[in-house]
Ligand binder design. Structure first.
Ligand SMILES: [Zn+2]
Length: 916
């Protein structure tokens, strides 16, 4: 101790002596302080701020989640506050004495403007009122409950001019509940009138129990309602025992001051409650986002989903326990393939509690957040919470039980389960499915730190229930999709078993001696090739022959058996429709083969691309159903649902991949990864390009390139366009064939079109377009001319400009146009006359039809897939050659030639035996 102090009369006191005295008499200083210390001194010694109020206010968890929101920043500022802002200045009696009343109010207004914590604000007001009215202590109650079940809860109790907020604040444990109409505060709340009692013990409404507990003697009470601007009671404040008056009674002046202060109290509480609401709204939005995320993340397991949602809801609502009860009818209901709950269920149609049976229930406790408890049936049967839930499932309405002890509907007692857990308050809400049927209920139990669940909690509960419903639905959908996928996998397994090459056919093909290209009809290198009199087996041989000519087995290390199996599988995967069947695919492939070698386009392509393009041609109409893309969309077929554009073409490609992926069918298996990618890309591009809807755009580009004399089609986009055009040129190549083949093919195409037209007429009740209308068959020649002019002539014209060897196709289409034109003139019914004219050479420069056909037909060769013959053609110079003879002689004569030329010379003249 340094300085020496002086006594009032001048005598010095030794501070050490004082210190020693105080140390040995510890109660003295306490006594002295009680008697003499000013408020300023007490504040100085033990400032209220030594325990900063804001440290008690927990910043909500969500603060750490969203960072870039303006609202978030603002809320954070308010909730955390700054050190200076949260300092509570306590006015002292001496201060007040020196202040005019207006100044005191101004001080208060400033407080209200900056104080959004309702506890801090009310504490300040009660202290100020205590000082101004010289009352010993004051208390504040807040109004709670529903309209017909209102009660007061103590918020601040026994606030004296010395007390700090924490000591007066009543949390859940301490809270005193007073129903409206009971006791002095209850009466004030109900009547909205103040009560001023000079001697409490004389008033029967006064409850002496508190005094008995605390040992405090209550004399006078001034109790007043706190009203909102609309005149609703939001709380009740009371002050007790006037200090400087003998009879303790509060004066009229005290009433005035108290009343005036409580107006501010009303404003403050309303503001703070509004702010609280906006904070809660923000929290609710955060919850919605989190729940939404949860729903999408967790779809494999109902348990995990429930745990996630419950954990979120619990932490935001801040309750002790959270439960979900699911109805037996829901859990046992069958879910169909569309993820819908079957219709034969009683779900959501209950009228008595006996009908409502919960078969699944989850519990999550605040104290053990990681542990989702699954309740046993016995637990559920015994649970009063479940009983309450049954009522909610029947009425389909949210129930908020503010306090079970106060609620006559539920026996005015807490629910206590076997573990001793007490349910004091709860919110219970139905969970509904996508059809708005109740599938269960959710419960939030015992609000922590506060007495009961608020309207905001109800809102959160609603979100919680909706998301639980959504999540459960999502889980079901996922399960149903998984089941569907499994079903599909099984179906695919079964299908691919049946879709793959028949063992016998494969054996036949693998063991067959594959003859040379000249042995099939007029030869595989001929533009005028016709498969009409070939057996199906022969088409398989011819296919392998084309692959042999390209040399795929040697060049790309293709397993020969796999090549045979794949070819048989592809053939098997064509349906037996009138035109778009295996024969069409085979013909398109043969044309491709011809334009490579006889048309001279192989100069632009690598061998691997030729391999892929032949494969693409063979696959380009796989699983065709004899109907076009427009039809798929019109009948809303599953294919149309699967692909939005080029519907059938996408399906053909996917089917092609499916075959390649089936065991023992991957002809490209030995390719490097890079080459494999190239092949698949080529297959896709080529097959999709057969959609005529895409053709026109590409033809424009091709035309522009040809017209500017472009010769470089070896790489890049030019090559892509070339390949696309080649696919179209091959797909419609029947238009260039000798007249008989052309007419026969046109007849098949229109027959298939008419079949679609018939379905449109009969099943859809629609008028088909002319091309598909059987009744307009006579217009066929005209339509063929239209088709030739719009699609065919331009493409063959461009190709013949690119390669003179392609001129043959162009000439073919021109000839056929003339024939169709002639037929348009003389009429469809005189088609035979046209054939005679051609045969007799009356048609000028028109090519004659290959004529070795009649005899083959008469030999009764295998006729599977053979179209009906229109009219036997007149015998020609080759008519006497039977197929067998012709083949035998060709094999002997030409195979040698073929072997010599196959790898070196692609000149069709040198390879083909029979170009007409
Ligand atoms: Zn086609």
């Amino acid at each position: 101790m340094a300085d020496k102090a002086k006594q009032p009369h001048g005598k010095e006191i030794d501070p050490d002596v004082v210190e020693t005295f105080l140390e040995t008499n510890p109660t003295y200083i306490e006594k002295w302080l009680k008697l003499h210390a000013t408020d300023a001194l007490i504040t100085k010694i033990k400032p209220v701020t030594s325990k900063p109020i804001h440290s008690k206010i927990e910043a909500p968890k969500f603060m750490n989640v969203a960072k870039n929101v303006v609202t978030n920043k603002l809320l954070k500022t308010y909730l955390e506050g700054s050190e200076t802002k949260k300092e509570i200045k306590v006015m002292e009696t001496s201060d007040l004495k020196n202040m005019r009343e207006e100044e005191v109010f101004m001080q208060l207004v400033r407080d209200i403007a900056s104080e959004l914590n309702v506890d801090v604000l009310c504490h300040k007001i009660l202290r100020n009122v205590s000082l101004l009215t010289k009352s010993d202590r004051g208390s504040l109650f807040l109004s709670r409950g529903t309209t017909d079940n209102k009660f007061l809860v103590s918020k601040l109790f026994d606030v004296t001019k010395f007390s700090v907020l924490e000591d007066c604040l009543h949390d859940e444990e301490k809270a005193i509940k007073v129903p409206y109409g009971r006791g002095i505060a209850g009466h004030v709340a109900q009547s909205k009138q103040f009560i001023n009692i000079p001697e409490a013990y004389d008033d029967p409404r006064f409850n002496q129990d508190v005094d008995k507990k605390t040992g405090y003697r209550t004399h006078s009470i001034l109790c007043m309602p706190i009203l909102t601007a609309d005149g609703d009671v939001i709380g009740v404040a009371q002050i007790i025992n006037k200090r400087d008056s003998d009879d303790h009674a509060f004066s009229t002046e005290d009433i005035k001051i108290f009343e005036k202060y409580l107006i501010f109290c009303g404003i403050g509480i309303t503001n703070a409650q509004l702010f609280e609401m906006s904070v809660k709204e923000y929290q609710r939005n955060q919850l919605l986002l989190t729940l939404a995320r949860g729903v999408f993340e967790e779809q494999h397991s109902l348990e995990r989903l429930c745990q996630k949602i419950m954990t979120e809801a619990q932490s935001i609502v801040n309750c002790e326990r959270c439960s979900i009860y699911l109805l037996k009818d829901f859990c046992e209901a069958k879910i169909d393939d569309n993820g819908e709950t079957s219709k034969d269920t009683k779900l959501g149609t209950y009228t008595t509690p006996n009908e409502v049976v919960f078969s699944k229930a989850f519990d999550l406790f605040y104290t053990d957040p990681g542990n989702l408890m699954i309740l046993s049936k016995a637990d559920i049967d015994k649970s009063k919470n479940a009983d309450l839930g049954k009522g909610v499932a029947i009425n389909k309405k949210l129930v908020n039980v503010i306090d079970l002890e106060m609620d006559s509907r539920y026996g005015k007692a807490y629910f206590v389960d076997e573990s001793g857990f007490k349910t004091k308050s709860l919110v219970c809400m139905p969970i509904v499915d996508n059809k708005c049927r109740v599938i269960g209920v959710t419960q939030l139990i015992n609000k922590r730190n506060q007495q009961s669940f608020s309207e905001n909690d109800e809102n959160i509960m609603e979100a919680f229930s909706i998301f639980t419903g959504l999540g459960i639905h999502n889980c079901q959908m996922y399960e149903s999709v998984s089941r569907l996928m499994a079903k599909q996998r099984v179906a695919l397994e079964v299908l691919s078993y049946h879709a793959m090459a028949p063992a016998e056919e494969l054996k036949m093909l693998t063991n067959a001696e594959i003859k040379g290209p000249e042995c099939y009809d007029v030869g595989l290198y001929s533009f005028d090739f016709d498969d009409y009199f070939m057996s199906d087996d022969e088409t398989l041989f011819a296919t392998i022959c084309m692959f042999n000519e390209i040399g795929v087995v040697e060049k790309f290390n293709v397993n020969y058996e796999v090549l045979c199996r794949w070819t048989c599988s592809v053939k098997k995967n064509y349906r037996n429709v009138t035109y778009h069947n295996w024969r069409h695919a085979f013909n398109v492939a043969q044309t491709m083969f011809t334009i490579f070698f006889s048309g001279g386009l192989c100069e632009y392509l690598q061998d691997l691309e030729m391999f892929a393009l032949i494969a693409a041609c063979l696959c380009h109409d796989l699983d065709h159903r004899g109907t076009n893309n427009t039809f798929q969309v019109k009948v809303d077929s599953p294919l149309a649902a699967l692909y939005s554009t080029s519907v059938m073409e996408h399906h053909h490609f996917d089917h092609c991949i499916m075959i390649l992926n089936s065991e023992g069918n991957n002809i490209f298996d030995s390719l490097s990864a890079e080459n494999y990618r190239l092949v698949i890309k080529t297959l896709e591009h080529a097959i999709i390009s057969t959609d005529l809807a895409l053709y026109f755009g590409k033809r424009g580009n091709f035309k522009a390139l040809i017209e500017k004399g472009e010769k470089n089609f070896h790489t890049g986009p030019n090559k892509e366009i070339l390949k696309a055009m080649m696919m179209t040129a091959c797909d419609v190549a029947a238009i260039c064939k000798p007249w008989e083949i052309q007419f026969r093919t046109a007849d098949l195409v229109s027959a298939e079109f008419f079949e679609q037209g018939d379905v449109e007429k009969e099943e859809l009740g629609e008028m088909p377009i002319a091309m598909m209308d059987r009744d307009k068959k006579s217009e066929l020649p005209k339509m063929q001319i239209g088709f030739i002019d719009a699609i065919c002539t331009p493409v063959y014209d461009l190709f013949s400009q690119l390669s003179p060897k392609m001129k043959h196709l162009y000439n073919g289409v021109i000839d056929n146009r003339a024939n169709w034109n002639r037929l348009a003139e003389i009429g469809m019914d005189r088609v035979d006359d046209l054939s005679d004219e051609i045969n007799e050479g009356k048609m000028g420069n028109l090519r004659s039809t290959p004529q070795k056909v009649t005899s083959k037909l008469s030999e009764g060769l295998p006729s599977q897939n053979l179209p009906p013959r229109l009219k036997p053609a007149a015998p020609s110079k080759k008519a006497n050659q039977t197929a067998t003879v012709s083949h035998t002689t060709k094999v002997k004569g030409a195979q040698q030639q073929s072997n010599n030329n196959a790898q070196t010379n692609h000149n069709p003249k040198s390879k083909s035996c029979n170009i007409i």
